[in-house]
Design a protein around this ligand. Sequence first.
Ligand SMILES: Nc1ncnc2c1ncn2[C@@H]1O[C@H](COP(=O)(O)OP(=O)(O)OP(=O)(O)O)[C@@H](O)[C@H]1O
Ligand SMILES: [Mg+2]
Length: 256
Amino acid sequence: MTRLLSVVSGKGGVGKTTISVNLAASLYDFGVNSVLMDTNLTTPNLGFHLGIPLHPKTIHDVLRNEANIHEAVYTHPTGLKVIPAGISISDLKTTNPERLARVVLDLVGEYDLVIMDGSAGLGKESIASIESADEVLVVTNPNIPAVTDALKAVKLSEEFGTNVLGVVLNRVTGSKAELDVEDVESLIGYPVVSIIPEDPLFQESLAAKTPLVYYAPKSKPALELKRLAAEIAGIEWKMPKVSQGSLLQKLINLFR
Ligand SMILES: Nc1ncnc2c1ncn2[C@@H]1O[C@H](COP(=O)(O)OP(=O)(O)OP(=O)(O)O)[C@@H](O)[C@H]1O
Ligand SMILES: [Mg+2]
């Protein structure tokens, strides 16, 4: 059975693409037959996160009925399968997101899991991504504007009968000004399934066009993303112990 999972947020810039790319890379490493698709049709940037060169066929060509979805599948050098979006202005002007639910069906039976990277806002293209999916993963940040928009994405998902897997609370610094997990859960009404810290490694991995799980595989956020991917796929995976470094480093840490 093919699972169709859309990563949504309502508010833009909270980390949907970052989470999608790292989940997809982890799933690929676990041997899950998955494909990562850009459903951010007006401001797509999945390709930039992975350093994908301009691909001859994109989801935009598929939505215009100028290609079939299999022609738009790009195999990243890591082996990860990706369906990128077109980045030209004409692509965003000439695309009808309402066909998305129809074209995604052509992936059913081909893959075990389709991850759709959603767009900012809750306009037509976000609705199309939610409508095309069976399940949504909601990404938010620990502040009221992000959580309020996440709640709207959740309500829309419920209206379409799309199952809400849970909430990823991203960019957590631990500051007192932030909403805590209980606040977020009670406002959104679904459990927080993962907490990802604010970490400069994410910017570094973006600059290196490499998912964090490859760029810094032993870092805490990378391990948490792998754990989440395993949980989503129902794979048993044991979190490795994070090394505290040398004896000298341990002593330094002790006196900090
Ligand atoms: N946990 C984190 N710590 C630090 N930086 C992060 C973290 N998560 C994401 N970022 C950074 O935040 C920026 C926005 O992330 P991303 O592009 O994934 O958001 P998005 O929700 O997909 O945005 P959009 O709505 O525009 O599609 C990127 O520069 C990314 O590297
Ligand atoms: Mg994005």
